[in-house]
Design a protein around this ligand. Sequence first.
Ligand SMILES: *Cc1c(COP(=O)(O)O)cnc(C)c1O
Length: 394
Amino acid sequence: MENYEDEYIANTYQRLPVHIKNGEEARLYDENGKEYIDMMGGYGVAIFGYSNDKIKKAVCDQMDILPIAHASEYTEARNNFVKKLADSVPAGIDKFYLGNTGAEAIEAAIKVVKKSSKKHKLVAMTNSYHGKTLGALSITYSNKYRKYFDDILIKDVQFIRYNNTDDLKLLEKDDDIAAVFFEPVQGEGGINIPDYDYVRELREITEKNNIIFVADEIQSGLGRTGKMWAHQHFDITPDIITIGKGIGGGIPMSVTAGRHEFMDNLEKGEQSSTTGGNPIACAAGTAVLEQLTLDLINDVAKKGEYFRSKLNESLNDVKIVKEVRGLGLMNAIELRVKFLPVLMDLINKGVLALYSGINIIRMLSPYVISYDDLSKASSIIGESINEYYKEVIK
Ligand SMILES: *Cc1c(COP(=O)(O)O)cnc(C)c1O
């Protein structure tokens, strides 16, 4: 096959040497039939893997019934989706803005905050990731993403240290903070899980000081961490939740979900998208939510525990491994050295993984992955890191 992608696609992605042809559950196949255990999950999108009959049927049926309807028109697919979504979010969260990408959900949340508060500042966390459009980039921490665009970003943003109780004092001292944007488990930042007491205190302080609490659940939501929403691990309820990645079953879709007293401050024309809430995405979204049963989510928690225990077994005593950590099927291995040689070796050995920064291997496998594949993947990862370790100490 001629490679037109490298010729024509803008240079913005770190490309991996894999040509995926097709997929089945949590496995991917290249043009030569080589099999990969998928620990990447299309960056967390493929929560039901690659051959989910219900999503496929919902999308195909909706194509037949009505593929296009603008958000100014009422339609059954959207009607069904928002009812299902209302049943899936915490009590009190009762208004939705439907968009297409995660970053867009964040943009809408920023606008809701701006219209809901007389205060000016947005607070975000160190190592945060909220997307790369200019608003979302303004609250994304990494200098690598920001450095050439700093002068066109939102000015009133302050970063505080994630999971640092001392920095919470800043929220009490400063009376000009409109909102805090918070990932209940940080994804791109390296699968960072905050302490229970820290998150409780953060939520209490925001409540007491009329600071809007936005939980970015784009990566951590929809059962990924072994609960429907990652914030539920900390027994808190946010004011606004952003949802993305897997919600459309592979069809681009995102949601800004919030308490109506905030969401209702956005008025006609102040936010819109031509394809936001389109019938195909809504039909797929309904099929996704219908399948996110408590049993399935409990299974995600169990599979995660199994996977981490297997990883710990196979990485026992490997001195370049700093930590194995995760919640549910949101997992990471932090190395003391660069991950890139390991990631490439894993591809050779038939495991696709993700990364964060330069030393963290990140894994967001489909929920439908089998215990057998989790075991296999952990042995392969163990083998690969062991081999790398031997090379490093040579
Ligand atoms: C992926 C992600 C985003 C951005 O979503 P896009 O669809 O890539 O715009 C925002 N926040 C978090 C936590 C994410 O993981």
